[in-house]
Design a protein around this ligand. Structure first.
Ligand code: SF4
Length: 332
């Protein structure tokens, strides 16, 4: 199958892993740390600010905030120590800090209720939550936050709030082919209802040392090609299929219908897959064979449709061109 797009998009981001504390214990996760571990961390606003400044000075437009799914009284105490009384208040403050520094926030804060998403909406250019799978997999046996109903509800709430949204599936965590198709169909159904999905990530499982799934087989390139082709066939054309350029050979996936590479950071590593470095833009140019176009964390058609709040309007206008892509003429 040939690519559907004459170009492939990406955004330039600074990756801010706000906390690695998480109530879930996904069998493949190398990122999570137990709250009592010496490596458990919650970034202070000062630490976040240093990263944001690096991002701004490196020409990024996006602040990607990622979290585990922290909960409980002990986490509350950690937040209290850095001056916050609630998780959502902390996330809102970080988003505002990014905006004040000239970056458009994209927040991945796990399963959220409608009221919390409503608070975050005006402070985000887009938000995200991987569906991963609608199937029941052993990898999620002790991960209450991976309940597909809860995740679909969060994605639906984003649609009700008109938040440009990213979701995705994780391939190779024990799901069946039927699960893969049902997951994509579930995202499609929500998008047809609300029109808010801008991209669907098709991410390959990568075994991590010292995790329960360290000896499990990663999906082959052929399997990934097939999943990308199925995703392209199931999802409406306005939804981009995103593949991670640091985890998989992208050229053949682009030929199967992938059209986005996600956030590529000139300043921070992929904290979820720290062993996999981002290719440089020059390397991507030479390995892809199609034009590479920079976008903002909000996709061009949502820029043109005005799906953003007055809080970030000035930044969206500053960074976008007449077609909603990153303006080539904006010079910091
Ligand atoms: S929810 Fe995310 S951070 Fe938490 S254990 Fe699962 S993959 Fe890791």
């Amino acid at each position: 199958m040939l690519t559907h797009m004459p170009y492939v998009t990406f955004s330039k981001n600074v990756f801010v892993p706000v906390t690695n504390i998480c109530r879930n214990r996904c069998g493949y996760c190398g990122f999570r740390r137990d709250i009592h571990s010496a490596e458990a961390s919650v970034m202070t606003p000062d630490h976040v600010e240093i990263l944001l400044e690096k991002g701004v000075s490196s020409g990024c437009t996006e602040a990607l905030f990622t979290f585990g799914e922290p909960s409980g009284a002990e986490f509350g105490e950690m937040l209290h120590e850095i001056g916050y009384s609630s998780f959502i208040e902390y996330v809102m403050d970080l988003c505002q800090m990014a905006i004040d520094h000239g970056l458009l926030p994209h927040t991945n804060a796990g399963v959220l209720c409608y009221a919390d998403m409503r608070k975050l909406k005006p402070l985000n250019a887009s938000m995200g939550l991987m569906l991963e799978t609608t199937g029941e997999v052993d990898a999620h046996r002790v991960s209450p936050g991976k309940d597909p109903c809860m995740r679909l509800k969060t994605i639906e709430n984003a649609g009700r709030l008109k938040i440009p949204f990213t979701s995705g599936i994780l391939v190779g965590i024990g799901e069946t082919w039927d699960d893969r198709m049902e997951s994509l169909l579930a995202i499609r159904r929500l998008h047809l209802r609300h029109g808010h999905i801008q991209e669907v990530i098709v991410q390959n499982f990568v075994p991590k040392p010292n995790t329960p799934m360290s000896n499990c087989r990663a999906p082959s390139l052929e399997e990934m090609q097939k999943v990308v082709a199925i995703a392209r066939a199931i999802l409406p054309q306005e939804i981009a299929i995103q593949v991670p350029p640091n985890l998989v050979s992208i050229r053949s996936l682009i030929a199967c219908g992938a059209s986005d590479l996600g956030g590529i950071s000139p300043v921070t590593i992929d904290h979820i897959n720290p062993e996999a470095r981002w290719p440089s833009l020059e390397e991507l140019h030479s390995m892809m064979g199609v034009e590479l176009r920079e976008r903002l964390p909000i996709y061009p058609h949502f820029v043109q449709a005005g799906w953003y709040s007055s809080s970030i309007k000035e930044l969206v206008k500053r960074y976008s061109d007449e077609n909603g892509f990153r303006s080539k003429y904006y010079d910091r």
